[in-house]
Write a protein that binds this ligand. Structure first.
Ligand code: AMP
Length: 274
């Protein structure tokens, strides 16, 4: 595995590649969720590039940029074992200059849910993903459904800017009790680990209701809120179409149920694709 710590090193390493390039962008502190993306990309491509970059422009003032978990050594080992060809770990200085051209998230889809709660987050996320897709020369880029709105916006960006890359959605990986894996789960202390399960439990509740033919969005949200009582603060429960438009009735095959809640220090998100 080649570790490229600068754009120049990445460009040199990439010269040896021909054929399909699978790419998995991450912010590191790799867990099984990241690994599932890496393994899928490994299977489906001739070459595999992974990036680790904690992108400052997607963190808002007061968010956990400085405290964001960093585990470079362990991450390098994981990538080696997963047969990554190039691990790209650039510096902030290499990735950004002063007074940059910016990409804006779309006015509607980019400013609901996560976009409403974290204004500016998606602008920074799209900016870095555009850079990383261009730098990697990816033919296929892998993103988790865990960040459903992020995935939708990246897919839209590649469409709107006619970018020649396939965006591959990957399933959410959970621990054996149902908690969606996240680098931020390390912040959970004591009983918060137990209480954090209320997010996935609320989605299970919704599944049971839908299986019992309850398709009314308002009724499902009311029941989910009961389950989410264990969180310290629920930021949203949303039931939307795959286009992120509000709906009144569940449409099987075209619905996403999303939750965001604070449990102790971390703000957790989870979702379910119906
Ligand atoms: P991050 O390092 O949090 O920026 O995540 C990098 C990629 O891993 C994104 O595409 C995430 O959606 C994906 N990811 C993070 N957690 C999970 C998970 N539990 N299951 C599947 N994909 C995930």
């Amino acid at each position: 595995m080649i570790i490229a710590r600068t754009i120049g090193e990445l460009q040199v390493a990439k010269k040896a590649l021909s054929g399909t390039i699978g790419f998995v962008p991450t912010m590191g502190a790799l867990h099984q969720g990241h690994l599932s993306l890496i393994q899928e990309a490994r299977k489906e491509n001739e070459h595999l590039i992974v990036s680790i970059f904690v992108n400052p422009t997607q963190f808002l003032e007061g968010e956990d940029l400085d405290a964001y978990p960093r585990k470079d050594e362990a991450d390098i080992k994981i990538c080696e074992l997963a047969k990554v060809d190039i691990l790209f770990m650039p510096s902030i200085e290499d990735m950004y200059e002063e007074d940059e051209l910016c990409i804006g998230a779309p006015a509607v889809r980019g400013y609901v849910l996560e976009g409403e709660k974290r204004p500016g987050h998606f602008d920074g996320m799209l900016q870095v993903v555009m850079k990383l897709l261009n730098l990697s020369g990816a033919t296929h880029a892998y993103f988790g459904k865990k960040d459903a709105q992020q995935l939708a916006l990246i897919t839209q960006m590649t469409k709107n800017y006619f970018m020649d890359v396939n965006i591959v959605p990957c399933e959410i990986v959970r621990d054996d009790r149902g908690l969606a894996l996240s680098s931020r789960n390390v912040y959970l202390q004591g009983d918060e680990k137990e209480r954090a399960l209320c997010l996935s439990k609320s989605l299970k509740k919704a599944t049971h209701m839908i299986l019992a033919k309850e398709l009314d969005v308002a009724s499902i949200k009311t029941e989910m809120l009961q389950v989410l009582n264990e969180a310290d603060k629920v930021e949203y429960i949303a039931i939307v179409s795959r286009e992120f438009k509000a709906i009144d009735t569940i449409e099987i095959g075209n619905t996403i149920i999303l939750v965001a809640a604070w449990v102790g220090k971390p703000r957790l998100i989870d979702n379910l694709w119906i």
